[in-house]
Unconditional design. Structure first.
Length: 108
């Protein structure tokens, strides 16, 4: 069956346009750096957000207090990396969003 334009809009709204959910979900498992987040979203959730978009979301999440910078490390293979961690406020926001989506799914 061919996917409709309405379905494709839904997918975009629930993935790229709500990237913050995926970022918080990944950070729940521990600290990650920006490029690693993009890679893991593609592996775990099956879509590839733009790198710039991901960094914009990271900046906004940090400014809202949902994530924090955990410092940076130099890697022998590359440049220094800035790691991000989930805050308690971020954990609560993620759980609230998951509850909302679960309830919405049950209603549909």
């Amino acid at each position: 069956m061919r996917e409709t334009a309405a379905y494709m809009r839904l997918v975009r709204k629930l993935t790229v346009e709500n990237l913050w959910l995926y970022v918080l979900s990944l950070l729940k498992g521990g600290p990650l750096y920006g490029y690693e987040i993009v890679k893991r979203i593609e592996e775990r959730f099956g879509f590839k957000p733009g790198r710039v978009t991901c960094y914009i979301v990271l900046y906004k999440l940090q400014s809202e207090g949902l994530i924090a910078s955990a410092g940076s490390e130099a890697d022998s293979r590359g440049p220094q990396r800035k790691y991000y961690v989930l805050t308690r406020k971020g954990e609560r926001a993620l759980e609230t969003a998951k509850s909302f989506l679960k309830e919405l799914s049950e209603r549909l």
